[in-house]
Design a protein around this ligand. Sequence first.
Ligand code: AMP
Length: 458
Amino acid sequence: MKDNLDRMPEECGVFGVFGAKDVAPSLYYGLISLQHRGQESAGVVVSDGKQLKSHKGVGLVDEVFKDFASSQYKGHLGIGHVRYSTSGGGSIENCQPLLFNCKLGQAALAHNGNLVNAQTLRHQLEQQGSIFHSTNDSEVIAHLLSRASSDDLEGAIASALGQVRGAYSLLLMTEDKLIAIRDPLGIRPLVLGRKDDQYIVASESCALDIVGAKLVREIEPGEMLTISSEGLEWDNILYSKKRAFCSFEYIYFSRPDSDFMGKNVHTVRKNLGKVLAKYHPAKGDIVTGVPDSSLSAAAGLAEGLGIPYESALIRNRYVGRTFIKPSQEGRIAGVNLKLNVINSVIKGKKVIMVDDSIVRGTTSRKIVEMLKQGGAKEVHVRISAPPVTHPCHLGIDTSSQGELLAANSSLEEMTKAIKADSLAFLTPKELLEGVGVKDGLCDACFTGKYPVKMGCCK
Ligand code: AMP
């Protein structure tokens, strides 16, 4: 049995609260602030100390929660999840948190990341009689937990996670405990916050800010935190010397107001722009960025080159992400719907346009065309990341290899394909310089060097 690594990964956000009288409002606000991590489905599970209750559905957080009767979901402990996946579809079965009963009692699970051996494990479990309700990796973890020989939850978790390989930032809850675990390489983020007597765990620190909590620290790679009425306990259950935090979290995925490894995401993006200015300068009259994810890098490049920054591209905030439109025609229309050019800003000018990444090339091609139609004399494209040449199997949707522009073309071909006057990317080494670290980042989508062994072999 081979794991199908061409299936699309899931991008998700998780949020958990312990200790409030009524956790439902915090769960809702926390998920709203993590909405950028997944727009396909949302859900929460709340415990009143006796019973776990779930509310989830397909759609944005606001849509899913419009019929949420919070009075029926009173509890001191809860977890929430937002999800986006192009595989498994948006069916209700794939919505999380996953609520299940096992020999250890009632439990719920919310997962961000992708397991690279999920298909193999699923096949083995099915051979042994397990019945699956969804197509997501998280259900594999639930089955492994319920089959573990250990009689306590912590032991069952250690045994289940000992069998999985890949990326996971995981929240688990029972009637009276909240457990947070991060994979041994720390691929996906997970932070711990505190507000009075409450503990909060979230994918990003921006979700702590919205509920008025302070960041305590990141959950360490391989660490399991257990929060109960006894307080907070932690244990390193999955040791690895290696670290592989996803560089795409810094480049594109996370919100600029979040911090990881003591570094603010906006500041890192701005540094990436400065590094672009240092190694890949261009001659231009103005620098502009593609709202929102490349604005920080564009500001850094403008500062580095000493060229004025201008807002030439305006985004319609009420249109969803172009990337998730299933057809190529839909994607192109999506860019038009989403962005417009202020012609008077660019007319007759040499424009340096910064974007955070080129995946299929749809966005850059369309924007160069729009800028030229708007009267730009030249358009020089600078990308604040290396070329994406390999798909991510660990939780970011970077498309399959055949669709990746950089996997199949030279720099010259890419420049032609997007019709730019010049094009430059960061190298993986320059990316490290911009982030301000020597190593410890996963750059598999740029190098093909995956931090975990791919496929079915242990
Ligand atoms: P593409 O148009 O296919 O080249 O995709 C690149 C554009 O999509 C850039 O403007 C990025 O900001 C954005 N992008 C990059 N990675 C992702 C992702 N995983 N999900 C959604 N959008 C993305």
